[in-house]
Design a protein around this ligand. Structure first.
Ligand code: G3P
Ligand code: CA
Length: 273
């Protein structure tokens, strides 16, 4: 992003489906991601955690208790344990505003999703879809999350941009996690997530090597001028989690580069797409 570039208009703002179309389907399931693609999302967001036997799975919380019928920490369970659980029944299908017209595959709506399977979906999609992968609690594993992630991305040939565009980016609240990624894969874009802004970053700077800022919407509600500072410092701005139409409006006004939302179809409609 060059200072002085025209700000993206509403139609150029990238719409990113947070945990898939998670207003409609149980978060992080294949059904949620398929729905996001059908709905026209430009990109998908997912959180990744490492299982006890070294598989990266798409789960947000440290434990599986909230989003499955099982109990315990992801890191203490093996992939086979997670595969036996139901990750869909906690969510009422009639909560989906689209429940009348949309009937997902029951297995895809209830199974744990590995990052590998999500990458298969992304690379086989009929149109280009980007993927923003968030490393969760990376300190616990001292680099193993990033190592496994980079191995997988390398296998899918996703470490380098094609025609100047990267299909995948890595996000984290941990600057250390992003540094590990940058050291091995300097061409992979990284997003520094923030739920508040540390004094050293208030002028728009980010940790060295990071190209994109990922502020929470609450930061922008309180301090809308922060977007311009980030842009002046040469960074793109990807904002989470933006579901309220008034917040979408704020993001448009501020000229952010991406909106991360649980309801991609509705945000796209609001943006006139
Ligand atoms: O996209 C960033 C956002 O997902 C960070 O918060 O807790 O939803 O992972 P969380
Ligand atoms: Ca996340």
């Amino acid at each position: 992003y060059q200072a002085g570039d025209a700000q993206p208009g509403p139609k150029a703002i990238q719409v990113v489906a947070h945990r898939g179309a998670s207003e409609d389907a149980p978060e992080h399931t294949l059904a949620a991601y398929r729905k996001a693609i059908e709905d026209g999302a430009d990109a998908l967001e997912c959180d990744v955690r490492l299982t006890a036997d070294g598989h990266l799975v798409c789960v947000h919380d440290r434990r599986v208790n909230r989003t499955s019928n099982g109990r315990g920490a992801v890191s203490a369970l093996e992939l086979a344990d997670l595969t036996a659980l139901d990750f869909g029944s906690w969510k009422d299908p009639y909560e989906s505003p689209d429940w009348e017209s949309w009937t997902p595959d029951p297995l895809e709506r209830s199974s744990v999703l590995t990052l590998e399977r999500l990458l298969e979906l992304v690379v086989s999609a009929e149109r280009r879809v980007e993927l923003a992968i968030e490393t969760k609690h990376p300190t616990r594993w001292a680099g193993q999350v990033e190592q496994r992630l980079l191995e997988l991305l390398s296998r899918f040939d996703l470490l380098r941009p094609v025609d100047g565009r990267s299909q995948v980016r890595v996000m984290s609240f941990s600057a250390r996690s992003l540094r590990r990624v940058q050291t091995v894969a300097p061409e992979l874009p990284t997003v520094f997530l923030m739920s508040y802004v540390l004094p050293r970053y208030r002028d728009g700077r980010l940790p060295a090597g990071t190209r994109i800022a990922g502020p929470g919407i609450r930061i922008l509600r309180a301090n809308p001028g922060y977007v311009a500072r980030l842009h002046r410092a040469g960074h793109r701005v990807h904002v989470w989690t933006v579901d309220d139409p008034a917040d979408v409006e704020l993001c448009v006004r501020l000229g952010v580069d991406a909106i991360i939302t649980n309801r991609p179809r509705r945000v796209l409609e609001q943006l006139g797409r």
